[in-house]
Design a protein around this ligand. Structure first.
Ligand code: UDP
Length: 239
């Protein structure tokens, strides 16, 4: 049973459980995908039915940040903990390396995925990088074919939300991969192009504020955060 937060259903798992579930999906025949929405994406899903269907259609829906966890608690249906996509990915790569599985990196500006591949292969001995592709392509076909040819077990799809969720829902099966994970700006962090907020900020639920200070152009997107809280309060009253 998923926990509903304003129309998006979240899996109620600890990080360890989420990674275990990811590995189970990898062993299960067929193609599966993971979404990691934050409050901003929940708000997008309220207005965009295609985005909502793509997110809810994921085999694993993980709360990316503290905002969703707070929202769920306010609604009286608490989630165990936040399971940020980038941390989920890091734990998953540990397991992939242990099992000698291969990973394809899709997304970000030209050159970034290659740089991330180099750093990730160094950080996780045993992890096989099947291929990379930037996220600024016009046609899906050649990219899907490149992933299929690579024989990758797992694909990190980092095109930003909700583009990446729609992309996975539409193209996931054709890639032939077992598991695709939508991870937003994670490749920029793995490549060392963008820094994550220091622990202090994320421990206090203020990662969004740190990012806003570093990238003020995000203000428009971040105005969705207070909107999310207003909608959660309205929903609480309604229930
Ligand atoms: N991106 C991409 N193709 C696009 C649009 C965006 O590959 O058409 C990449 C962008 O370069 C960045 C990531 O998607 O690496 C989105 O990062 P952002 O921090 O905005 O995502 P979030 O983690 O907030 O969802």
């Amino acid at each position: 049973m998923r926990i509903d937060v304003l129309g998006v259903g979240f899996d109620n798992l600890t990080m360890a459980e989420a990674v275990e579930r990811g590995m189970e999906l990898l062993r299960t025949p067929g193609t599966h995908y993971v979404a990691t929405p934050n409050p901003e994406i929940v708000e997008v899903c309220r207005e965009d039915p295609e985005a909502r269907a793509a997110v809810n259609g994921a085999d694993l829906v993980l709360p990316d940040g503290v905002g969703v966890v707070k929202g769920a608690a306010m609604l009286g249906t608490p989630l165990k903990e936040k399971t940020p996509g980038i941390e989920f990915a890091a734990h998953l790569m540990e397991k992939l390396a242990e099992e000698g599985k291969s990973l394809y990196l899709l997304g970000a500006k030209p050159g970034v995925a290659e740089q991330a591949a180099k750093r990730l292969a160094e950080a996780h001995p045993g992890l096989r990088i099947a291929g990379t592709h930037d996220g600024y392509f016009k046609e899906d076909g050649p990219v899907v074919e490149d992933i299929r040819q690579s024989g990758a077990d797992v694909v990190f799809v980092c095109l930003g939300a909700p583009k990446q969720e729609k992309w996975m829902a539409k193209n996931g099966a054709a890639t032939g991969a077992r598991l695709l994970c939508g991870l937003g700006g994670s490749l920029d962090v793995f490549a060392g192009v963008v820094e994550r907020a220091p622990r202090f900020w994320s421990d206090h639920g203020l990662e969004w504020f740190y990012r806003l200070c570093r990238e003020p152009r995000r203000i428009g997107r971040m105005m969705k955060l207070p909107l999310f809280l207003i909608h959660v309060k309205q929903e609480k009253r309604r229930r």
